[in-house]
Design a binder for this molecule. Sequence first.
Ligand SMILES: [Zn+2]
Ligand SMILES: [Zn+2]
Length: 367
Amino acid sequence: VTTLTATFFDVGHGDSIVVERDDPPLFSVVDCNLNLSRGETEPKAYRYLKSKGVTELDTVVLTHLHKDHYTGLEFFLRDFDIRVLRVPPFLSRNDKTHDKILKRLSAKIQEEIERSTDEFVFRPAYSLAYILAYVTANEDRVEEAAGKHNITRLCGFDAFISLPLPRIKGELHSKVQSHGSTSNTFPEMNAASVVLTVEHGGHRVTLAGDSTLEQWSEHKRQMERDRVTSVNATVLKVPHHGSRHNNDESLYEYVFKKTGRRLSIVSANGATHPHDEYFELVNKFGLEPYCTSLAEQCRAQNLIRLTGQTQLPDTTRPFLDNYRAEGPSVACQGDITVEVDEAGLRSVRGSTNNACIYRLPFAPSDT
Ligand SMILES: [Zn+2]
Ligand SMILES: [Zn+2]
């Protein structure tokens, strides 16, 4: 039996995913967020891999250049032997605009480092500088990731890249050229977000980064020409931390498989994201939601509903304690681990053992 395990680490607002295969043992990393507001000095995913004695990584994926996806990624680049680093299209050195982009980014990083000793500014800038230096020095192992259905492997499993669509490269280049956009003033960066799906045991796990609705709807149009009408995902790390701007009905209609268990995973801090609309989609599509952090909507609306129940399962206790907790980010499911083997979905579990109101028998249907 070969098992595919995907772990979505609770890193507040940000993505940090480890994909692994047990036999032969292979490990990949998708994005990283060093949670500075929780006082972390090493990424959780890094500690996890180190504790397992891992020295080699099959693939490292950087979905896009936002700091909640790259802060701390240099830990992996520095300490592991990496077979391939997959980056968004405009990052690799295969055309002349690359040098210009690199120069702009470097200038911006320099400026940030000089302007502030604040860790929250300095630390991500350092990570970005390290990544850019690594990309420059390791051309042979850096590969651009682009869709629309680009077959690849991840930890030896079948995988494919859906987004970004190849033409985003030209669009981003011309924007960088004309506006002088830099890493932090570049909202289009999400449009270049890499989306990767890994397959095993009849399941498709789609890691959607911060991908945009615009990219997805163009993807859908292009795939329909090839008579493909769905991504058929059974597990979706939803785009952009459950933002209303990047999650809607037509996207879920297109991405999710029509029948069977469907899991939606949110990697957010629970305070600013996910948005209300995400929970409407969960209800509408009958998804099994898993959130790393406890969402504001659950604290606000469901505390009263839950405490009104007399027959609460014991597992809801820590969850109720969480409702009362102060602070911007409290673990809900914590680190979420999905295991798939040849026979299908074997287990889904959170590190906290908290119950989820949306997965309880008396789950609300009107929120
Ligand atoms: Zn993000
Ligand atoms: Zn982003």
